[in-house]
Design a protein around this ligand. Sequence first.
Ligand code: AHG
Ligand code: MN
Ligand code: MN
Length: 335
Amino acid sequence: MEITKTLGEFIVDHQNQYPTATGELSALFSSIRLAGKIVHREVNKAGLADIRGAAGGDNIQGEAQQKLDVYANEKFKAALSARGVVCGLASEEEDSFVAFDGQRSLQGKYVVLIDPLDGSSNIDVNVSVGTIFSIYRRISKTGGPVSLEDFLQPGRAQVAAGYIVYGSSTMLVYSTGDGVNGFTYDPSLGVFCLSHENMRCPPEGNIYSVNEGNYVHFPSGIKKYIKFCQEEDKPSGRPYTSRYIGSLVSDFHRNLIKGGIYLYPTSSTYPSGKLRLLYECNPMAFLAEQAGGKALAGVNQPVLDIVPSELHQRSPLIIGSSSMVDKACEFLSEK
Ligand code: AHG
Ligand code: MN
Ligand code: MN
């Protein structure tokens, strides 16, 4: 493919469409782009460098941290604090939010919420992992310290969101609220190149993604929907295809391109679902809606409308092609 535009050029073009833009959001994206390249480099030598395996600690949610979880968290934190446009960060790997209190950072307009390494249990077996990010304008006054309320905004208030998937190639996909665009990393040039312009999620697809090992723990509506997916009455004449990688980023990315549905519902083991509202569900829901798809936490409950009450809060997630999400919702609402 001929390279027509790099991510850097795309961001500048975009910024030029807004005469009042200050360049701060562009600087923020530069931080994400840089940290993404650093993590890409590390992920790609995971078999050689001493970065596989557990780091020896647990995060606040009691999950064993992998070395690459810790590494990615440190790299994104450092990159995001360096440019003075972000006043604070909340991360799946931090107990509480991190306030950036340098003189320039206090003036920063934005907060970033991040899952630095998603799908980290896949690292040791060479399966795709990712980074998910979510950006909000702070509510508290610039010049003062960042506060918890800056992070506890409904997903609808996101200024931008995106992910990097470290897959067979590394890709950065993001939206600032006017569509979704994807950039593939060319390691020989060290640049992300526009490869997927204006990504649209097909309204109907052929793939369902759910951890069926949890079947017995699912609510009956979800069980019935899974059985529906396995019936042979689909347009293809076959049941839907089951695909589950176990990295939300990779499962979502595939379904975004091909059409499909991803479900991480409530269960008797995870009464509120497993995925984290602020670091995983909201950014993915923002992208899904921007691409013409849907994301629900329950019947008639768009993920983006949930008002969060705590940083590490979990949420059920049903996300992907709009007609498929609607169909799943029909099963959930049946008494
Ligand atoms: P993380 O590695 O950031 O903790 O996220 C893992 C998440 C998500 O990426 C994935 O879809 C899901 O957990 C998989 O969970 P199960 O192993 O329970 O299916
Ligand atoms: Mn995750
Ligand atoms: Mn993670």
